[in-house]
Design a protein around this ligand. Structure first.
Ligand SMILES: Cc1ncc(COP(=O)(O)O)c(C=O)c1O
Length: 435
């Protein structure tokens, strides 16, 4: 057998793999953690200032500074730091007035937390299709609106912006609140405006897998003072007495809905210290991912038979991953297996045998309407005037078809040019064999 033929033989059939060194792991900001983060944490420890509202000496709260810097970076009036994106989603939903009897529309492709947050806010999730951008399908969103729809959560899934023009138009037309889930897309944009600044109240994550991270953490953003006050009130049981809390600002003139009991979703100072350093890394990380993705995409652009995931705004893509569709789900699974054998970490996104909490068809707790107590709230809530909600694994067939035919490849910012070239070479090789 000639060398060329041996090279061409797929690794899955006993040929030589294209890529023999693994990618850096997909923790974009996480694996950049270094001296600056250490210094920031040590400063907090040195001053023994571990709680945002007080300590043994004067020291500016790192959480408060993070909020100021985040709001400035995003170009939004208010940022409220919390301990996770799930907390940010719940606080945002409560802030915009979601509660018993309401429906909230969410996409069928998102991490389960988006859905769980709706239940925590005592409302009923309505699951909607994604389109070929793998983000909320605006047409299906509009079809699923009922008189009970209070809010919609567009999720900028896998770093790609939703079609915010259409979503905002539809939401405004039907008087529906918008809560963007920007967990996976911090630093992405739509038509030049940062994601997480379009909705009434929006949520971000600093969990370890996200673009910038402090291990855990989240942020609420809004331009509306009432919504900020309500989110602040909810995220901290004692918010009204805190410096800057509503009690201090409006000691006499309070508005309705401003004060009510909340929970404790406060962000710890150590997390705030790390997140501030990571925020400075955001632009650099995104620039590298965009460069890597462009290099790979360019090198596979001539393949016939694959279709790239549509980008609602290519310039606003955070480029955390590359996704393309193949003609059938069987072929996608086969393609992913062959790519793995070539040394490229690739997956077909929806694979019936592989549970994945990002796809509604695997959300057993929702499909079965399991609840923490036997009364079955929110599904049985007497304030809910709609028909009893039904969830079935096949309720969003387009979503499953698209996800079943898709191949997903992570794009860590730390990939070298050589890594990118080899990933593209492996895709080209498998495509020559299978397409
Ligand atoms: C789309 C989406 N929403 C919400 C979350 C929840 O984030 P957190 O873990 O910070 O609560 C995640 C995290 O994986 C996510 O990917």
């Amino acid at each position: 057998m000639s060398d060329k033929l041996r090279r061409e033989k797929l690794a899955i059939e006993g040929g030589k793999p294209v890529k023999t060194t693994p990618n850096p792991p997909m923790f974009p900001g996480g694996i950049e953690i270094g001296e600056e983060e250490k210094k920031a944490v040590l400063e907090v420890l040195d001053h023994r200032y571990l709680f945002r509202y007080y300590g043994p000496e004067e020291f500016p709260s790192r959480v408060r500074l993070l909020e100021e810097e985040f709001a400035k970076k995003m170009g939004i009036k208010y940022a409220l730091a919390v301990n996770s994106c799930t907390s940010a989603l719940i606080s945002s939903l409560v802030a915009v007035g979601v509660g018993p009897g309401d429906e909230v529309i969410i996409p069928g492709y998102t991490f389960f937390a988006t859905c769980a947050a709706v239940i925590a806010a005592k409302a009923i999730p309505v699951i909607c299709e994604v389109d070929d951008s793998l983000t909320l399908d605006p047409d299906d969103f509009e079809r699923k609106i009922t008189p009970r729809t209070k809010a919609v959560i567009p999720v900028h899934m896998r770093g790609v912006p939703c079609n915010m023009d259409r979503i905002m138009d539809i939401a405004r037309k039907h008087n529906i609140k918008v809560v963007e889930d920007t967990a996976q897309a911090c630093g992405g944009s739509f038509k030049g405006k940062y994601l997480g600044t379009f909705g009434d109240c929006n949520a971000f994550s600093f969990q370890y897998h996200k673009i910038i991270t402090a291990g855990e953490g989240g942020m609420v953003t809004t331009n509306d003072q009432l919504l900020y006050d309500r989110a602040q009130e909810y995220h901290d049981t004692a918010a009204c007495w805190r410096p800057g809390g509503p009690e201090k600002r409006f000691s006499s003139a309070r508005y309705r809905g401003e004060l009510f009991p909340g929970v404790n979703f406060r962000m710890p100072e150590l997390i705030g210290a790390v997140a501030r350093v990571q925020l400075k890394r955001l632009d650099g990380l995104i620039e590298k991912m965009r460069k890597n993705k462009a290099r790979i995409k360019e090198a596979i652009s001539n393949i016939k038979g694959i279709e790239f995931r549509r980008l609602n705004d290519p310039e606003g893509d955070t480029a955390i991953c590359l996704v393309f569709f193949l003609p059938t789900a069987d072929l996608a699974e086969k393609f992913a297996r062959a790519l793995k054998a070539e040394g490229v970490e690739a997956n077909s996104i929806y694979n019936k045998g592989v549970p994945d909490w990002h796809i509604y068809a695997h959300w057993e707790m929702i499909l079965n309407k399991w609840t923490a107590t036997p009364e079955g709230c929110p599904y049985t809530c007497p304030y809910y005037k709609g028909p009893e909600p039904r969830y079935t694994p096949d309720m969003c067939p387009r979503t499953l078809d698209l996800l079943g035919r898709s191949i997903h490849i992570d794009i860590p910012p730390q990939l070298s040019e050589e890594d990118c070239n080899l990933i593209a070479e492996a895709i080209n090789k498998v495509a020559r064999a299978y397409l």
